[in-house]
Design a binder for this molecule. Structure first.
Ligand code: TYD
Length: 216
């Protein structure tokens, strides 16, 4: 385990991959098994993070440049790490995060073309060496992603990232798949196109061995 005595599990994937639903299902299952599960989300997770999230996802902010965008995602993350994640891990909790640094790598590093050096440098400042023990990549293809995003009918204040070109989302997906290939011990790639129960089972099979090694 990277930090403290708990377990840090992150969910990653393209927009509409169903990872948020899967994270909720996992949290419920862990609690049924008597585990302490803390849920967080990025951008957001804290009061400060929620304020930063509003800037990042507001469709009126089309003039937000790539570098300040990257810094804002990491500002939200730094607050989340210091205020919520590290203290919870020290208490021995299982922390589940809907997105973490891998999102910045996929969306800003590769999607926006800022490169991995900038992302790694900010990670060192913001995360104090914290790395996920397990990252679940819920993978879906672009058509499924678009279909699900339309069905959700988000409000304009939540759509800035969803309005990116298809080519941008294709780059993000390829980046995720490459990252998972490069770090097979940390990543599990799960087919997000299957029905939610099947995905939940695959998630549980990946998580259970780590959880059973934790003392209660
Ligand atoms: P959100 O509405 O939470 O979507 P999702 O359910 O897909 O997670 O919006 C988060 C958006 O922010 C999403 O498009 C991915 C993007 N994002 C980045 O570009 N970089 C990051 O570091 C993070 C955490 C998110």
């Amino acid at each position: 385990m990277t930090e403290g005595r708990g377990l840090f599990i992150t969910f990653e994937g393209g927009d509409g991959s169903g990872k948020s639903t899967q994270m909720r299902l996992l949290a419920e299952r862990l609690r049924r098994e008597g585990r302490q599960a803390i849920e967080t989300v990025e951008p957001g997770g804290t009061r400060i993070g929620d304020q930063i999230r509003r800037i990042l996802l507001d469709s009126r902010n089309q003039d937000l440049r790539a570098t300040p965008e990257l810094l804002l995602y990491f500002a939200s993350r730094a607050q989340n790490v210091e205020e919520l994640i590290l203290p919870a891990l020290e208490r021995g909790a299982i922390v589940l995060s809907d997105r973490f640094t891998d999102s910045s790598m996929a969306y800003q590093g590769y999607g926006r073309g800022l490169g991995d050096e900038a992302v790694l440098a900010l990670d060192r400042i913001a995360c104090h060496g914290l790395e996920p023990d397990l990252t679940l990549l819920i993978d879906i293809d672009h058509e499924t992603s678009i279909g699900r995003a339309r069905a959700r009918q988000l409000s304009p204040s939540e759509t800035r990232m969803d309005e990116q070109a298809a080519e941008f989302h294709a780059r993000v997906r390829q980046a995720y798949l490459k990252m998972a290939e490069r770090e097979p011990r940390r990543f599990r790639t799960i087919d997000g196109q299957a029905d939610p129960e099947t995905v939940a089972l695959a998630v549980w099979e990946a998580v259970n061995p780590l959880v059973s090694r934790l003392h209660v």
